[in-house]
Ligand binder design. Sequence first.
Ligand code: GLN
Length: 486
Amino acid sequence: MFQHTIAELSQLLQSKSISSVALTRAYIERCESLDTELNCFITLTPELALQQAKAADDRIQSGTSEALTGIPIAHKDIFCSKNIKTSCGSKMLDNFVAPYDATVVERLANAGMVTLGKTNMDEFAMGSSNETSFYGPALNPWDKQRVPGGSSGGSASAVAARLVAGATGTDTGGSIRQPAAMCGITGLKPTYGRVSRYGMIAYASSLDQGGPLTQTAEDAAMLLSTMAGFDERDSTSVDRPVDNYNSELTNKLDGIKIGLPKEFFNQNLDSDIGDNINSAIKILKECGAVFKEIELPNSHLSIPAYYVVAPAECSSNLERYDGVRYGYRCEDPKDLADLYCRSRGESFGEEVKRRIMIGTYVLSSGYYDAYYLQAQKIRRLIRDDFQQAFNDVDIILGPTTPTTAFKLNENMDDPVSMYLSDIYTVSANLAGLPGISIPSGFSNGLPVGMQLMGNYFQESKLLNIAHQYQLQTDWHKQIPGEFKES
Ligand code: GLN
């Protein structure tokens, strides 16, 4: 049963072949027994899940259900969930119970989805490996000595091990696509502004965007249809109708023009991954797509620009955690300064502190022009490169990550090499563009991901190509041996 996609579960529920309560019970049992090995969840919510499942069954009985009604999902612990601990992977928020639901949580719950729990993540979404989580790393189900990627690593690992059929994540520089690639699943980062950020704990507000992690593009389309849309509570949410993503999946690819950025296929790319992407290109050619080399001349500046903009915004966003209003407070503060210093000093991890220091530095007077302003200019150049490319091609294709999942602790002492694991993903965030990662094979037994990037609000096109590719391949159906049903 656990190999089923969301689309398949939907049919089983709607035809009353299974009940949501039975399905939810089965998933709860699976999570309780297998999560001790993977550490995908920070919090499991079995009582809430069964309550929602019961209500979903009533809706199905009374004929008022929707396609997603009764299907269990997990939320990255960055999304506020009413009356449930929402930690953002940090000791700072270990005692924080959210008083309201994030829009994403609310919309999926209104569609009748069942919340199984909150997934593990890098602290405040800062990381590429899940190792900065206060709760210890989630592990990669393909090899438990390795990281699942980050920061949405708990969500990716849970979907890959089939502890849940789908999960939510957020992507500031690659945190949906990179873990999806490393765990062998599908992950979509929508256009900035497509999905509401209300109730999504802020890391870098101009880059953060929520999206789905699923087995298939078809499932991602189903989740996005419900997650996306204007929300007046988020001033950056875009007031534009949501496409019917599922009805576009079956379009043929004849004549579709796909660009291959020459900067993405250089010596930094693991040669096995390069070969793998070339095989995927062959399949898409057989489906009728035509390929063209393109240039993204400023892409080598994306990591440096990102590591100025993201820390600058995080240093400002994380000011609110002061030990006064909510979150961690130190014992017996001497005075107000001591309260601020020790509350933050005792509860933020190393990486978060490093980012706050960098961010404060690049925004400080005397350095602002040299770093922050310069990074914003680079951001514009990167955006312009993409617009130029989209004059020629419909979609851009490349690898999602330069390597497959690395070993635990391999990059922890070397932040720069950790940062480089997002080299192919951050530019979409800097430009605000949508991107999807889909499984395209294996290298030494570890999943490889292929990335498609589109112009603004072209999610339908990305999902269509991804779906057509998944009709020709079965990489997305692979389940790590230990987690196959016996
Ligand atoms: N790895 C990147 C970072 O650490 C991206 C994280 C993200 O997308 N949330 O900032």
